[in-house]
Structure formats: structure tokens, C-alpha cells
Design a binder for this molecule. Sequence first.
Ligand SMILES: N[C@@H](CCC(=O)N[C@@H](CS)C(=O)NCC(=O)O)C(=O)O
Length: 212
Amino acid sequence: MAEVSEVKLFGMWGSSYSKRVELALKLKGIPYEYVEEDLYNKSQLLLHYNPVHKKVPVLVHNERSISESLVILEYIDKYWNNSPLPLLPHDPYQRAKVRFWANFYDQKFLTSSNPVIRSEGEEQEKAIKEFLENFKVLEEDFAGKFHFLNGKDPGFLDFVMGSSVCNHRAIEEAIGADLIDPQRNPMFFTRMTALKDHPVVKDHLMTSWLNV
Ligand SMILES: N[C@@H](CCC(=O)N[C@@H](CS)C(=O)NCC(=O)O)C(=O)O
């Protein structure tokens, strides 16, 4: 570990974005203080540390704040880089690929920006079709790849995807249709099932969170 550090995470229990950061901190064994935010009544500290987006998660490391979950994950990986458990691959091309898919995943599938839940009728049917097509694209990129970064422990993309499986399930319930299923998305399911069984995830995530 680089030096004595004071690490605080401002998060919210139901936030996939916060959850992925928590999992990364746990995996790397970084001690931190967790501060639960009420997003209907945001604390002055949250507004101070994330004046631009005013959202969780925010990581405060030795009084310096970092926001945006993907940026935070990269920071954690870079700062605590002598941990035996890297989040991103060393190879620059592979790193770029992981970042690409993480951005794709957030842009296409996460609830807040997801038109599947924000539309009705024909528009919703179109949004569901697009969701399935995008998932197919993601699924095809996984084909033939081992589950985790080092074959044993989860990495960046696993946490990005795993932290939001329960969101997909909530959307499915709301719209009354399956979005992801083991037949259509075998690679995703294999990867998420392995994630669910990983000790860090088992200890820190409710099983319903990763209901694959
Ligand atoms: N792109 C951001 C998204 C963070 C986000 O949307 N956080 C939500 C909670 S899940 C939030 O704080 N919402 C409060 C608000 O929109 O005012 C990230 O990756 O960290």
C-alpha cells in the first residue's frame, strides 16, 4: 500500500455506481469510511465534494475528492497499484477495450438513462429491441474470454456489470419482459455467476443484488 491514507466513500445503499466502488475497495483490501447519503436531502459535504454533478459516489482520499464511478475505479487501481489484484489489465490495448465496454455498458443499460423504462407502447418496444441488440453485441465480445481479469478474481468490467444486475431485474419486473436470460446471454450469466460466488462479493453484496 502506498502510504497511510484516509479514504471516505459517499454512497447510497441502492446505487449500482456506489456499489461497484465499494466492491473494488473491498477487493483491494483498502480500509475506508462509508458515508450514506440521503439523495433527497444531500449533505453539504456531498455538494462540496461533488459540486459539478452533486451525485454519489464520491471518493475522498486524504481530503481530495474524485467523482464519477469509472474515474474512481481507475484512480483506485492506479493509486493502490501494488495490490496483487489489479482491476484493469496492464496491456494498454486491453485496458482501452475494458474502458470502452464499461462506458458502453453504462450508456446503454443503466436505469437512469434507460429508455426501456422511460417509454411506453411502440417506443418501449423499440427501446427493448435496442437493449437486446446492444446486449448481443456485448455478449459476442465476451465469447471465448475467461470470466475474470486474471482468471480467478473479478476486475473493472465485472464490478461495472455486476453492480447493476438487480437494476435489470427491476426493469424486467416493471415492464413484464425478460431482458437478459441464460440462453441469449450465456457469457454474461457465466461471468455474473462466478462473480456472485467470489468471496468479496459474497461477503459484501446481498444475494438479491446479483440475482442471475
Ligand atoms: N455517471 C455517474 C452516475 C452517478 C449517479 O447517477 N448517481 C445517482 C445515484 S445512483 C445520484 O447520485 N443521483 C442523485 C441525483 O441525480 O441528484 C457515476 O458513474 O458515478
